[in-house]
Write a protein that binds this ligand. Structure first.
Ligand code: NDP
Length: 424
């Protein structure tokens, strides 16, 4: 018998909520709380006839901790699942601290306003000291460690696919396959086609910020930064076929580099088609990815927010998207005195996801791990006061839950190596 407060009702939350309703013996009561309450009500009405889970809804602006505290005090959840946007992470963590409730999210904190002076000064300092310039970094949420410990609550950071499952794959490889790991390459392939000339698979603002930023990887104890999309290769993915891969910075490499002892290098790659990159470059060149307000006919608009308004809603891509995703990690290291390579990954079919929960595979591969993370907290398997990323917990029960609830792992002991070169 547990109660989950789920904040957000977009593409990813819709999947997580649908999945919680499939596990009604654990999720006996859920409250869907989001900015636009009509979306929560529509989803609740759709799911109620299919589940024993009691579903309630409420309007919530989670930018303010006091609003979240009020909803927590009314609903009395055992866990708060933050599946809104990274901008709300700190306010929701503050609310969990004030009320003594466990917390999880699917992406690390970044601010909505990247020109806010206090945040900006700290960002500039980090860029100089650490050497990567993504807007997201874990430091803000790691600062909650002692406060969460003192309150006796668990904060589970980044339980989506990447971040999330990729980190469980790292913990699993270290626990079962290697004595020591030298290198990790995370490969995120979306072989799906939605038929639009240009659309993003999850929140456009967060997505376009991420892929238009410089790439970075971690090697021999320090960060190496490279221009955006400047290193590429081709990888032949199981279930998808050959795709262009590009080196990006991604948040989980920051925590994995810290938590996998003796690691020499970790890199992250994502697939992009040429058409996506050409559109993105053009939008960037004309200023449509801008985050500073522009005066237009007497009204202030933020270009990237206006662009979001024009682009297809990621939640609407489900019926149109065909093809598969393939996301996983390739490890190289030592076992019993011998060199070894190991690849663990998941292949997910967009249309199968749509048939099951009405969403495409990007939302599915994030929403299912969000539900499984909550399951780990609610069943006590990952209960540990403090703030942790996924690789810091026992991977076995989480990967078993993922196998069971829709994201089964596949393995290879002889994967092709990742070969990259400067993009022309
Ligand atoms: P969407 O934009 O589809 O949904 C976001 C939801 O949050 C919407 O329902 C939105 O409400 C709600 N929301 C936004 N601001 C607030 C607020 N102030 N208070 C309450 N609710 C709010 O995003 P996605 O579902 O695509 O992404 C959700 C999260 O998942 C993001 O943090 C994203 O970064 C993360 N993600 C993680 C991945 C991983 O593998 N780890 C992969 C993909 C995404 P409204 O309907 O009013 O806009």
């Amino acid at each position: 018998m547990s109660r989950a407060l789920i904040i957000g009702c977009g593409g990813v939350a819709t999947v997580a909520i649908s999945k919680c309703c499939q596990v009604s013996e654990v999720f006996t009561d859920i409250c869907i709380a989001s900015r636009t309450v009509s979306k929560c009500e529509a989803l609740a009405a759709k799911l109620a006839p299919t589940t024993k889970t009691n579903i309630t809804t409420c309007q919530l602006d989670a930018d303010y901790a006091e609003n979240v505290i009020k909803v927590i005090n009314e609903f009395k959840p055992d866990v708060v699942m933050n599946i809104a946007l990274p901008y709300q992470n700190l306010a929701i963590m503050d609310a969990c601290l004030a009320t003594g409730v466990d917390y999880l999210d699917t992406a690390s904190y970044e601010p909505e306003d990247i020109n806010e002076p206090v945040w900006r000064a700290r960002y500039e300092k980090r860029v100089k000291e650490k050497g990567f310039c993504a807007y997201f970094d874990y430091s803000y949420q790691w600062e909650y460690m002692e406060k969460f410990k003192a309150a006796g609550i668990t904060g589970l950071l980044g339980t989506g696919f990447d971040p999330g499952v990729t980190q469980a794959y790292c913990a699993y490889a270290l626990k079962h396959e290697f004595d020591s790991i030298d290198t990790i390459d995370i490969l995120d392939c979306n072989g799906g086609d939605h038929g639009y000339p240009f659309a993003t698979n999850f929140n456009p603002e967060v997505n376009l910020r991420e892929v238009s930023s410089p790439g970075a990887y971690w090697e021999n104890g320090h960060w190496v930064q490279i221009p955006a999309m400047s290193q590429k290769g081709v990888y032949d993915f199981d279930g998808v076929g050959p795709k262009d891969i590009y080196l990006l910075h991604h948040e989980e490499i920051e925590s994995i580099a810290k938590n996998i002892p003796g690691l020499k290098r970790i890199r992250f790659f994502m697939t992009f088609g040429q058409s996506y990159l050409t559109h993105m470059k053009c939008l960037e060149n004309v200023g449509m990815l801008g985050t500073e307000p522009v005066n237009f006919n007497g009204q202030e608009i933020i270009p990237i927010q206006f662009l979001k308004q024009l682009l297809p809603d990621p939640a609407s891509l489900g019926p149109r998207t065909v093809g598969k995703t393939n996301i996983g990690c390739i490890f190289h290291g030592m076992k019993d005195g011998k060199e070894k390579t190991y690849y663990i990954y998941n292949v997910c079919d967009h249309q199968e996801c749509y048939k099951e929960v009405g969403s495409q595979a990007i939302s599915y591969t994030t929403g299912v791990p969000a539900m499984c993370g909550a399951l780990m907290l609610l069943t006590g398997k990952w209960k540990r006061p403090g703030v942790y990323t996924v690789e810091e917990f026992d991977p076995d029960p989480y990967l078993e839950a993922l196998d069971k609830y829709g994201l089964p792992r596949r393995e290879s002991y002889n994967p092709a190596p990742v070969e990259i070169h400067p993009a022309e």
